[in-house]
Each structure stands twice: as structure tokens, then as C-alpha cells.
Ligand binder design. Structure first.
Ligand SMILES: [Cu+2]
Length: 268
């Protein structure tokens, strides 16, 4: 399901040290700029491992995100990128040395987004998944295990469902916690009046007829491996949301929404 851009261009306020552990996160600025074939990332060549607040600015002319892919030692970031693309686009198995490593999901032009998460050591690519433009960087040093913080709201993902908790209207920080074994992300959009979660399920499979969700008001995280978590900024409207995941298992197969990974969340 191609969800359209949300004008999520409202500013992200600086992290104000609200006592949830995010104070120690080291900032990492990633910017996407340019247009069409000239689209490019600017990212530092090397950053230290540990708790990181990824601050993404989409200065490009179209919607774009910053998905991170990590390759374990012995593989280059380019090898990781190729394997991840073969998995996402051709249904090939995702090798165990490649990791869906978070980052920031699709963001409107001139929009910003952030994700606070642990960065493990390794060779990374940052990818804009629509255009496949990418850049690579290295995360150096020893692993610094770190929790990204515990805001009041959370969305827990597993095979094959979401458990939302405490989602509130407005702009807030939400823990996206992948407690499953497979990679997952979450995209959510308000369910239109008179429509049901079954309508959303049907539409996700067929893409026929009018969308039962308000696609302009969607949010989306990046993809994270099983066992990983990140704290993300989301902007929500009051009401019922449909939460969906469209990636496949590591071994391939249907998108998770087709395996039932379509859940409803109350935002109030
Ligand atoms: Cu999934």
C-alpha cells in the first residue's frame, strides 16, 4: 500500500532532558538533499557506537527517509546494501550478517524526524528506499549497550501483530519495540469514519477502491531487526489508527500485513 506524504513539517523541538534517559544520546545529523538523480545524503564518515539520537532533515524536493542497514564485520556496507535490496525488492533471503538497523522513516519535504536508538559497531548504509540512493558510514568502537528511553507511549511489534499503548494526540515520542524475531516497522494512519479494520486488511491486500485510511495523515518508522527498539517522534490525530507492517520474514515470503500484521490503535 503506497501511503502518501503527510505534511509533517512542523518543527521537532530539541530534546529537553525530560528524564527518560535520552539526555545521554549523542546526536547524529543526516541530511537528504537534491532532486531526482542528484539526490544525496550528507552523513559523517565515522561515528562512535552507543546511544544515538538520529536527527534527519529531508531537504530534498520529495518525501524521503533514512533507513539504516548494518553489515557485520567481514562485509562491506555495499554488500549489506545489495543483500537488503535483494530481500526487499526480489524476495531473496536476508543473510544473518545484514541488519535492519533503524533510522528514520519517510519524512515530508522540508520535514525533520528523529529516532533515538543504540548504534552497534559495523559498516552502515543509509538508504532512501524509494530512490535507492545511499551513503555509507562506519560505527566504531566497542558495543555500548543502551536503552533508548521509555516514553509513556509504545508500540510493541511481534509476529504478527502490534500492541499499542498510551498513544496520545499531537506530537510525541513513542517507543517502537520489536520483541519479535523478524524485522518489522510500523506505519499507521487514521481509519476513516464508518470503516473497520477488516476494510483496512482487505484494502492492504487488494489496493482496490477507496482507501479506508487517511493516507495523508500517516506516520512510519524505519525497519528494525527483531530484539531492537528505538524512540521515534510521531504526530497523531485523535481517533482510531490502523497499524501495519509490510516487510517480509528474513527468509522471504508475503508482506507481514498479509500474515495478519494489521492492528488497531486508539489515540486519545
Ligand atoms: Cu513486520
Amino acid at each position: 500500500m503506497a501511503l502518501l506524504a503527510l505534511a509533517a513539517a512542523s518543527g521537532v523541538s530539541a530534546c529537553g532532558g525530560s528524564g527518560d534517559g535520552q539526555e545521554e544520546a549523542r546526536p547524529l545529523a543526516i541530511e537528504l538533499s537534491g532532486d531526482g538523480s542528484d539526490l544525496r545524503f550528507s552523513v559523517p564518515k565515522s561515528v562512535p557506537a552507543g546511544l544515538t539520537r538520529i536527527e534527519f532533515k529531508n531537504a530534498a524536493k520529495a518525501e524521503g527517509g533514512a533507513q539504516l542497514v548494518r553489515a557485520d564485520a567481514g562485509h562491506t556496507p555495499e554488500e549489506g546494501l545489495q543483500a537488503a535490496a535483494a530481500w526487499a525488492e526480489e524476495g531473496r533471503p536476508l543473510p544473518p550478517w545484514v541488519h535492519a538497523a533503524g533510522g528514520v522513516g519517510p519524512t515530508a519535504p522540508n520535514g525533520t524526524g528523529s529516532a533515538t536508538q543504540e548504534l552497534r559497531p559495523g559498516g552502515y548504509s543509509v538508504i532512501e528506499t524509494e530512490s535507492n540512493k545511499s551513503a555509507s558510514f562506519e560505527v566504531t568502537g566497542e558495543r555500548q549497550a543502551a536503552e533508548p528511553g521509555s516514553p509513556e507511549a509504545s508500540i510493541v511489534a511481534s509476529e504478527y501483530k502490534f500492541e499499542p499503548n498510551g498513544l496520545r494526540p499531537g506530537r510525541s515520542r513513542v517507543l517502537f519495540d520489536n520483541q519479535g524475531a523478524e524485522p518489522h516497522f510500523v506505519t499507521g494512519a487514521p481509519i476513516k469514519a464508518g470503516k473497520t479494520l477488516d476494510d483496512v486488511r482487505r484494502f492492504a491486500e487488494t489496493e482496490k477502491g477507496e482507501s479506508p485510511v487517511d493516507e495523508k495523515a500517516f506516520f512510519s518508522t524505519a525497519v528494525i531487526d527483531g530484539g531492537e527498539r528505538q524512540v521515534v517522534d510521531v504526530e497523531l490525530k485523535p481517533g482510531r489508527y490502523a497499524l501495519l507492517c509490510f516487510v517480509s520474514d528474513r527468509k522471504g515470503g508475503p508482506p507481514h500485513a498479509a500474515k495478519g500484521m494489521v492492528s488497531e490503535a486508539a489515540v486519545r
